[in-house]
Design a protein around this ligand. Structure first.
Ligand code: ZN
Length: 378
């Protein structure tokens, strides 16, 4: 095990943050799996999962059972972790730029296309190695001029050549679910069922540049670009990347984290990263659905939010999800009903019990795609 402190760019005199990574196994070994937690800094369940993974990975390495390479970043956002306002954590958007910490990652396919287009050959594995080298060179040459950009660059330096990337987040109040790009679903499916995911949201470029899609999008987008440029050589999907949503923000409990860490360790055995008996993969715990079919419920009016359904409920069109109540309305209180517009699993709801006009209420995993444009929320 190697623990490394990576200094971020100092944004101001006398001020220096560091990112901490742990590396297990031979850095040259494959597969390489990269895990990080709490890129949205108030989303803490993944940090507790990292706490439970550390001794298990250390023991596996000590016993010579680590065949692959594992990189673990337990607290991926030291900037956001220190942001507080009115005694509340503010770890989703950087105060300085108002940017979401999990957006604006670079388009790596565009970054390396010119460099690799005339260097590709008939060997797919060699092409993967070529692209990884090109991305590494591009990242090394990237000179960030802000602390936030230096954080993005450092996270990519640690993860860009991984075969599998697990980005551990959570929602406000939610059942366990995950997001991934379609190109990654086959290798990630065993993880979904080992975790017992209650919803799986699949997309092809959600928009906005989230961390996981920066790493997975590189491969299929570069393959598309090469094909369009007349380059016929194969480029396999070099990275399966996913955003794991470990329930809700308050679900920071050893019971959950031990379950999730055990599922990840079983997945590492499945990938042959860990030398352990291959786990039997449980039956699917849900149906994978398109992110474009996920409905985000909003209330057009402000008021007190009273939930009449809970994350994990399977809803039909028209089912009542929440009432938004205005007790100041003339005559009688106004009770606005927020109802399901699509059928499916209510997989997440907001944490607050007051909403402003247009405020978000929750999300339902519908099976039929109907949305276009950027698919992720703020
Ligand atoms: Zn998040």
């Amino acid at each position: 095990m190697v623990r490394t402190e990576h200094p971020l760019l100092s944004p101001s005199l006398g001020h220096q943050r560091t990112l901490v990574s742990f590396q297990y196994g031979d850095p040259a070994a494959r597969p390489k799996v990269y895990l990080q937690a709490s890129l949205h800094a108030e989303e803490l369940p993944g940090m507790l999962v990292a706490h439970h993974l550390r001794p298990a990975l250390e023991q596996a390495e000590h016993e010579g059972r680590l065949r692959g390479h594992v990189v673990l970043v337990p607290a991926a956002n030291p900037i956001g972790l220190s942001q507080r306002l009115d005694h509340k954590a503010m770890g989703r958007f950087e105060f300085e730029t108002a940017q979401n910490f999990n957006r604006h990652y670079p388009d790596l396919a565009a970054a390396v296309f010119e460099h690799v287009r005339d260097r590709m050959g008939p060997d797919g594995a060699a092409n993967v190695a070529l692209v990884r080298q090109a991305v590494a060179s591009w990242l090394q040459a990237w000179t960030p001029d802000t602390e936030l950009q230096s954080l993005r660059r450092q996270l990519l330096l640690l993860s860009h050549d991984a075969d599998v990337v697990l980005d551990m987040h959570c929602d406000w109040e939610a059942v366990l679910h995950m997001y991934a790009e379609e190109a990654c679903w086959a290798p990630l499916e065993p993880l979904a069922w080992l975790l017992g995911c209650k919803a799986v949201l699949l997309a092809r470029d959600s928009g906005g540049g989230p961390f996981d899609e920066c790493l997975s999008g590189l491969w299929w987008q570069l393959a598309d670009r090469l094909k369009a440029a007349g380059v016929a050589h194969p480029l396999p999907q070099g990275c399966a990347s996913t955003t794991l949503e470990f329930r809700g923000e308050l679900d920071v409990a050893h019971e959950h984290a031990q379950h999730d860490a055990a599922a990840i360790l079983a997945y590492l055995a499945h990938l042959r990263v860990l030398d352990a008996p291959a786990p039997s993969i449980p039956a699917p715990s849900c149906q994978a659905t398109p992110l474009a079919g996920s409905e985000t419920l909003h209330s057009p009016v402000p008021g007190v939010v009273v939930f009449r359904a809970s994350p994990g409920d399977v809803l039909a069109v028209g089912d009542l999800v929440a009432e938004v109540i205005d007790p100041t309305a003339p005559g009688a209180s106004r009770v606005h009903r927020v109802c399901a517009g699509v059928a499916g699993m209510l997989y997440a709801t907001v944490g607050e019990r007051y909403c402003v006009a247009g405020g978000e209420i929750g999300k339902i995993a519908g099976a039929k795609p109907y949305r276009t444009g950027p698919l992720l929320g703020a």
